[in-house]
Design a binder for this molecule. Structure first.
Ligand code: DP6
Length: 330
């Protein structure tokens, strides 16, 4: 048999949600309970090479140079099954993926990972797939990956069906110079990941109220971003994060992601904004690390206050970033 290999490399950025995705209407299609809004993170990205090869008997996966564990391999192979069907190929793939941010810091890698994987897999076969469809396909691998396809500030519409649930940019990355300072409160791997968490969201009596009011927060946060109104942005972003964590804490079984230090930082952030007029607000995903979203002019002052408050603390920093793209072959 002649060896036929078609490969491409793509890069996608991680993103931080300002209005969160939590819970699915359709678990297998990852149709979210509500729309969400996020910002791509320029400095946190995944670069993935996909090589479709007719001689492989199974998909192969390495992450940061090491053979991936069975859980990761199964999830990627399942996503490659979806892509095989769409791209009309029966070949298996060799997938090599690298994150430029430290693994195991509780910083979501599934968004950038599935956006880069989908983009590279389609590019390798020169398939003419629109950005919209790349977002739809990425969503099937990880919901938040839908948002890492378009650039800058992004809205993922909940949609009515598989075809209508995708993300689109509503402002470019340079529209508003925001910085995400991620205070690493714990490097411990989360016991309950987002995928399992989405399944329990509906068991909280607060989830219907959170979902029913999400559209208001979507329009208020988008309008605050478009007007560059930090005060209004901060109130909505913090309220939305608190609402998602209220749902988490009241789900069955309850999920407590905040650590004592997370709360200390959240209080500090509100104090710095209210008493010192620093443009900073907090948001937390499914983990204890605190994303401090700041105006770039205030980022150094916020980082200094984080160090004063917490002592030696690891802080990752990122500007707003672009969408997923294919790297030129060398
Ligand atoms: C708390 O996209 O990681 O970060 O679809 O199961 O991969 P899966 O879940 P994921 O969920 C993200 C949840 C969140 C909020 C958000 O990013 O909107």
């Amino acid at each position: 048999m002649t060896n036929i290999t078609d490969s491409a490399t793509a890069r996608a950025h991680s993103n931080i949600a300002f209005v969160k995705y939590w819970g699915n209407r359709d678990q297998s299609l990852r149709l979210p309970a509500n729309a969400s809004v996020s910002m791509n993170l320029a400095d946190l990205h995944t670069t993935t090479t996909v090589a479709w090869n007719n001689e492989l008997r199974a998909d192969r996966l390495t992450i940061n140079g090491a053979v991936a564990n069975e859980t990761a391999r199964t999830r990627v192979a399942r996503h490659l099954d979806v892509l095989r069907a769409r791209l009309d190929t029966d070949r298996f793939a060799r997938v090599n993926s690298r994150n430029n941010f430290p693994m195991g810091t509780g910083i979501a890698s599934s968004a950038s990972a599935f956006a880069a994987l989908t983009t590279a897999a389609c590019a390798a076969l020169n398939a003419a797939i629109s950005k919209r469809e790349l977002s739809i396909l990425s969503r099937l691998g990880s919901g938040s990956a839908a948002r890492s396809i378009p650039s800058g500030f992004v809205e993922w519409r909940d949609g009515e069906s598989h075809e209508t649930s995708y993300a689109e940019s509503f402002a470019p990355a340079d529209h508003w110079k925001l910085v995400d300072l991620i205070a690493i409160v714990s490097r411990e791997h989360k016991r309950i990941g987002s995928s399992a968490g989405h399944e329990t969201a509906a068991s909280s009596i607060f989830q219907p109220a959170r979902v029913a009011t999400a559209a208001e927060r979507i329009s208020s946060v988008k309008s605050a971003i478009l007007r560059r109104d930090f005060e209004s942005f901060a109130e909505t972003v913090e309220a939305d994060s608190n609402l998602m964590h209220a749902v988490m804490m009241t789900s069955k079984p309850p999920l407590f992601y905040w650590a004592p230090l997370s709360l200390t930082i959240m209080e500090g952030v509100r104090r710095w904004r209210q008493d010192e007029n620093l443009m900073v607000c907090y948001t937390l995903d499914a983990g204890p690390n605190v994303h401090c979203i700041c105006a770039d002019g205030d980022a150094d002052a916020v980082a200094a206050r984080l160090r004063d408050l917490c002592g030696e603390i690891e802080i990752l920093r990122s500007d707003a970033g672009g969408g997923a793209y294919v790297l030129p072959t060398d």
